[in-house]
Design a protein. Structure first.
Length: 284
């Protein structure tokens, strides 16, 4: 049974946004900070809502689609979007947890509601964030029985792979048809890595921002499936589950391809599988 307290895992004093922060100001930080969710707070750090990369993608994609239908005053319209406050785009109804909650309660909430970041409050004030990455990092230390389980015992059978030259929309459709949150990526018959649903959302956001803001978005950030998997890690089936968690943390991935010595794709190990093994042990 895992004895760690929530206070030893969470990220204290997280970067939070004021409600009146302009979207354009936030965009300037997207490729220098590895964030997917931003708490939005008032002057006293009371939680007002959460802004996600998905919220941003929807906002800019909708604007791009609307502007494509009209050639009138594009510059003025884009400037208005850039000056829009994050409070107008954020999700105001947010799941949260109190600081004295148990790690099992926090992890269950993350998994049950398919979220990756959970505000930790003291009363109504933002104290910290509990993230799936925090729990993966804890699991990667390998100090529990579940961490010693081999990858082969937990890996999932891979669904049909997508080609590394596929478009983001093609991969999104393939994920939808396969009802999967992770797809293997191949070049011919050779597996390159795995792309997750969150990876796909971040790529789509970057692609949209590049189209909208052009030179304001650094060109060295990946916006294609091939660029994403160029440095994707793989793991052997005999390695421990804690090693998979460590790779996920180091490479900021939600899924990793499991391959044999010949490089043949055997399966996929996902963040959710690792974290559910962790939660099961917490409850045992």
């Amino acid at each position: 049974m895992m004895q760690s307290e929530l206070s030893t895992m969470i990220t204290y004093n997280p970067w939070a946004l004021a409600g009146d922060t302009p979207l354009g100001e936030l965009v300037e930080t997207l490729d220098t900070d590895d964030f997917h969710y931003w708490p939005v707070v008032d002057e006293e750090r009371r939680l007002l809502g959460m802004l996600s990369s998905s919220d941003l993608a929807r906002t800019f994609e909708a604007a791009a689609t609307a502007f494509a239908a009209s050639e009138v005053r594009h510059n003025e319209r884009w400037e208005a979007i850039r000056n829009q406050a994050v409070s107008e785009v954020m999700s105001p109804r947010v799941l949260s947890i109190q600081q004295n909650a148990s790690p099992a309660e926090a992890l269950w909430t993350l998994l049950e509601y398919h979220i990756h970041s959970l505000p930790v409050l003291t009363d109504c004030y933002l104290t910290a964030l509990a993230t799936t990455s925090d729990f993966l990092r804890e699991f990667s230390y390998g100090e529990t029985l579940a961490a010693c389980v081999s990858v082969s015992e937990t890996m999932q059978t891979p669904c049909e792979a997508c080609d590394c030259d596929a478009t983001l929309d093609d991969v999104a459709m393939a994920m939808h048809l396969a009802q999967s949150d992770a797809l293997p990526v191949v070049r011919g018959d050779f597996p390159l890595g795995v792309v997750s649903r969150r990876d796909l959302g971040i790529l789509k956001l970057r692609q949209t921002l590049r189209e909208v803001f052009g030179e304001d978005i650094p060109a060295d950030t990946p916006t294609s499936i091939l660029a994403l998997v160029a440095s994707a890690p793989t793991i052997r089936p005999g390695e421990r589950l804690s090693s998979a968690a460590q790779l996920m943390v180091e490479h900021r991935r939600q899924a990793i391809a499991v391959v044999n010595q010949a490089g043949r794709l055997l399966g996929v190990v996902t963040e959710e599988v690792v974290l559910r093994a962790m939660l099961d042990e917490m409850r045992s």
